[in-house]
Design a protein around this ligand. Sequence first.
Ligand SMILES: [Zn+2]
Length: 531
Amino acid sequence: MPKERLFLFDTTLRDGAQTNGVDFTLADKLAIAAMLDELGIDYVEGGYPGANQTDSELFGKDRKLDTTFTAFGMTRRPGRSASNDPGLAALLEAKADAICFVAKSWDYHVKVALETTEEENLASIRDSVRAAKGKGREVLLDCEHFFDGYKANPKYALACAKAAYDEGARWVVLCDTNGGTLPDEVEKLVGEVVKVIPGDHVGIHAHNDTDQAVANSFAAVRAGARQIQGTLNGLGERCGNANLVSIIPTLKLKPEFAARFDIGVSPAALKKLAHVSHALDERLNRAPNRHAPYVGESAFATKAGIHASAIMKDPATYEHVAPETIGNRRKVLVSEQAGKSNVLAELERGGIKVDKDDPRIGRLLEIVKEREAIGYAYEAADASFELLARRTLGKVPNYFDVTQFDVNVEQRNNAKGERVTVTMAVVKVKVGEDNMISAAEGNGPVNALDLALRKDLGKYQKYIAGLKLTDYRVRILNGGTEAVTRVLIESEDEKGDRWTTVGVSANIIDASFQALMDSIIFKLVKSGAPA
Ligand SMILES: [Zn+2]
């Protein structure tokens, strides 16, 4: 029997941006969208064009993505025509493949929050869908508070959904906005909706206020809905949204769903899921949840004892799925082979060819383990891993040596009597037989050091001219007896390629220096600079 297609809609960049403490920059949004696209997510909701500078810029230019890039916004305001509503106009002008409107579907909200009539709200839905269709966009309607609305007035909640569907909306999305609906209710109500609107036009948008957003999403699918909305790592306001990082592997690996449905995520992309989840955390400067299902560091960790010895005989004894399928790894036992295949996969990702039986692979694995134990995070720092691998395999020339550096931070009053902090760095570099000294002032020690280091690299200067640092993140790790600082630096070159490097030390300057050096050397390797 042919499988049915189930669609995934990610709202990390819109609903996820409502998370306390999360503030995406334009660069963040572009990078996350690219990651979601590569993962095979059908729809990526980028944000709310017109609502803020970042989102307006995001929707101001074309992106090269396969996903259906979606703009979010309100239906036309009550009492206005569609052509005379600036908010709607901004949405229609946005460079997006699809538009997701949000509309009230609870009569109580229509009256109290919107202060309009039920009929005017329906007209607003119809007019907005028509206007977006007229602009050639695929249209979705998020029915806000659908489940609470349906319980209060089923006829009206359905009328809102139906208005959008009849007007040609591709999807009508049922939102559990307050997140308090339970799975059996979701299944029952979605079952009612799909009698009126075909299930392959119905989506579910669940919030996690009873810790059942994932279960609610599956309940909706069981009842007939064919689109699931969620976020990476369950990001979202209050308790978060349905977690796509848990939903995706369940759909791919559990026969109840895998036998019935196809999704856009391939088995190869599924293997990158743990990486995607951790990369998002690193970007947000958050510690990944060790106990996250499927992707957490502890998800397949077994303490020594009878479990471990059974696992060594056959992993299936204590694992509900194979960890490699989602790019995670088994901890304990470390069957050499498992760790090795991870490293080999990483090398392949970096385009490094090496024989799988090369003894240096085992050595590299040891080094990675030792360094991760003291705080290095190679999952986030792809470029540092690649360098480490190339070094272990003897493939990185010694381009230059930093023989000495010095950073001076001074606080004093300037001529105007203002308190200022002045930072200067001096770096001595040896390139071949040439010794060079560069000095630079910066707005902080790391900035000054970076500027001085990149000021003059002699014959290598031309290779790093287009290099710039785009992000700098610091985390204090509690490494047992004393705190250790981990620095992650993201760099970009003239081609727009990005990479991340890592440094770890008890001293923040030292950690930053390591990450800066890795970034420069990675760029030289990448550019094919001669030794
Ligand atoms: Zn929401």
